[in-house]
Write a protein that binds this ligand. Sequence first.
Ligand code: C2E
Ligand code: MG
Ligand code: MG
Length: 443
Amino acid sequence: MQTPITPFELGARHRHRVRSMLWLGAGVMTLMGLGWSIFFGMTGAWFFVALIAVFIAVGIGVGVLTYLRRTRLASYIFIAASFVIVCAVAWVLDVPSSEEPRTIHLFLLFLALSSGLFLRDEPLPFRLAVAGTCFAAFVGFASTNAGLDSVYALPDSVRVVGTWLNTSFSIIAMYTLVHVMVSDLAETSALGRELREGIERGEFFLLYQPQVTSQGKVLGAEVLLRWQQPERGLVGPDEFIALAEKTGLILPLGMWTLGAACEQLAQWALNPHTAHCTVAVNVSAHQLQQADFVGQVQSALERTGARAQLLKLELTESVLAHDLDDIIAKMAALKALGVGFSLDDFGTGYSSLSYLKHLPLDQIKIDQSFVRDVDTNTYDASIARTIISLGQGLNFAVIAEGVETQQQRDFLIANGCHTFQGDFFSKPITAPEFAAFVARQLP
Ligand code: C2E
Ligand code: MG
Ligand code: MG
């Protein structure tokens, strides 16, 4: 049986494809440039040779950036430079005559399509704008004889060679691109299907990572999603959350997580050791954008009988990049029910401190990247101290995540942070293990 592709491999394969296409683009640019500069050099047209030197330089530049794995920058330069060069050649050199049609603009079709691959992870409006600009320029050059009437316009005797070359190269480039894009899409949709089947078959389960105080009291737990995939084994959220968000499957998955976490709260309520425990659920931007998100949370609480005061929703700063007023209104409605909010991975996103005063938050979470070296790195120490005093000033509780050592814990306590989550206290564990953990911590 064929080994399934993991989402990590999927990302790596996509990047490999983008890099291959960039190599191809850089190679075609450089080779075509060299060919034409030899041709113009032989005919003594040094102005064109100089112009084409720029073309070659861009091709080599894209190749170097691709080699250095600066793929995003290489893609931008490749698309922008190719667009300018193709339009300039179409306008000045490849001016159609009654004998010979214009053909260089065929590369604009390739560019429009390639934006779907090169810019796949960029925002949709941006991708559409790039593709739309290329298509509009293509239609303009294909439908008119527009061009600069100058001494630089190439004679038909030269352009007839160009017609053969441009048509052949652009068709090969387009065929290769379509082949690459179809492979990319097929793999993504196969994995999306696996994820959907996983949800339907109940392959997901929750682990609980305790949140404790400096006195060792267990306040509750953060819920962390895991996927027990039959062929692949245990899969962590870093490998599937991004794909679930991309495919929209985060909505059913998030709903399921919320419901299961509320069910757990209701279970804990029956045990005097765990009755006070809160549960923190990670919520994606996609979920929060749902018009009926408040209703979904409310019905999960009602269905399970969980106490809203013990439910905490963890948002990341990326959530706040969307309609802030709408998010604040939803947060306020949930707060009115008793639900709490924590700002996850604080300090790692596009932090704008001004939103902090508008959001009805209860807690901020110091990201583990600052905690990791908090006791050895002066920058991380300053950042952690700043977040703690910010929380104190704004009346938010502060929790540190990813606490792995006694030294990190001691540093945080000395600086005023008294709530922790991390492997030093406990790794994420199952619900029965969590109940046992709470019992062990009792005085
Ligand atoms: P997060 O919300 O910041 O969760 C904390 C992550 O840090 C968890 O990784 C946890 O296992 C890990 N961690 C905790 N303590 C330590 C430590 O001491 N050392 C180290 N090295 N790591 C520690 P996990 O479970 O792999 O989750 C990764 C991310 O996936 C989460 O980051 C969260 O953003 C996302 N995620 C997890 N479950 C869900 C979910 O149900 N819904 C959504 N939307 N996202 C989720
Ligand atoms: Mg979290
Ligand atoms: Mg976090």
